[in-house]
Write a protein that binds this ligand. Structure first.
Ligand code: ADP
Ligand code: MG
Length: 221
């Protein structure tokens, strides 16, 4: 058994499960920081909401059937988020992962093209549900650059992990780039110019989730 992490370019059901477990770990660690971002321009519960939803899915992952696919796992996450996370983020992320499950149905292993389809469907689901556009200072400002970067990496022949890395890097930049914006959707839109200088919490949680997806490609055996 080597302590070195190796990159597994087959993004299968086990990867999907690792993605959720890693997300739960990161969201628990960042819970207070996400609450603080939401306290600045919202009601202070975004970290709590995300942590609650991802903790709720963990025990269910242990009960997955042997023939579970990435799509089955994403659907389980989606339904859990919809039923346990309140506020704006629950239905938005729930819809995102439900659409992602639909876009990857019946595929056992996700290649770069399938990942682009997954990310695009997630982003489009959020737009359908929340009607936010680019620059409205929402999680879309992390998702949309992530989708564009994933598409570009896939077109350039990047592997599935390379596609995910491009997406995560772009989401992190997108989250940072929400700081100077005025919000046009969600609670932060009530603040007008007072939202300037604060990072959008949902864009930040999206960046964390996509970074967790990259972390999940590194398997230690
Ligand atoms: P609530 O605002 O109900 O307290 P959360 O704090 O959990 O819910 O989530 C807030 C985040 O939800 C925001 O930071 C923003 O990224 C996202 N959000 C809110 N409204 C929308 C929308 N219409 N479209 C996309 N994202 C949105
Ligand atoms: Mg909130």
């Amino acid at each position: 058994m080597s302590p070195d992490a190796r990159t597994n370019s087959d993004l299968d059901t086990a990867w999907t499960v690792r993605w959720i477990r890693r997300s739960a770990e990161v969201l628990a660690a960042e819970r207070a920081a996400l609450n603080t971002l939401d306290r600045d321009i919202g009601d202070g519960d975004h970290g709590e909401n995300m942590d609650r939803g991802f903790q709720a899915v963990l025990p269910k992952l242990d009960g997955l059937a042997d023939d579970a696919t990435p799509s089955t796992v994403l659907k389980l996450l989606a339904t859990t988020l919809i039923s346990t996370v309140g506020g704006a983020a629950g239905p938005l992320y729930g819809t995102a992962f439900l659409k992602a499950a639909g876009a990857t149905a019946a595929v056992g292993t996700l290649d770069g093209m399938a990942l682009v389809a997954l990310l695009t469907a997630a982003r489009d689901g959020i737009v359908l549900r929340g009607k936010a556009g680019a620059g409205d200072k929402t999680m879309i400002d992390a998702w949309s650059p992530a989708v564009d970067a994933a598409q570009a990496a896939q077109s350039a022949g990047g592997s599935a992990p390379a596609v995910l890395t491009a997406a995560a890097d772009a989401a992190a930049r997108g989250a940072q780039d929400t700081e100077p914006l005025v919000a046009r959707k969600g609670r932060a839109s009530y603040l007008g110019e007072r939202a300037i200088g604060h990072r959008d919490p949902g864009a930040q949680s999206t960046a964390l989730l996509l970074r967790a997806a990259v972390d999940a490609t590194r398997v230690t055996e």
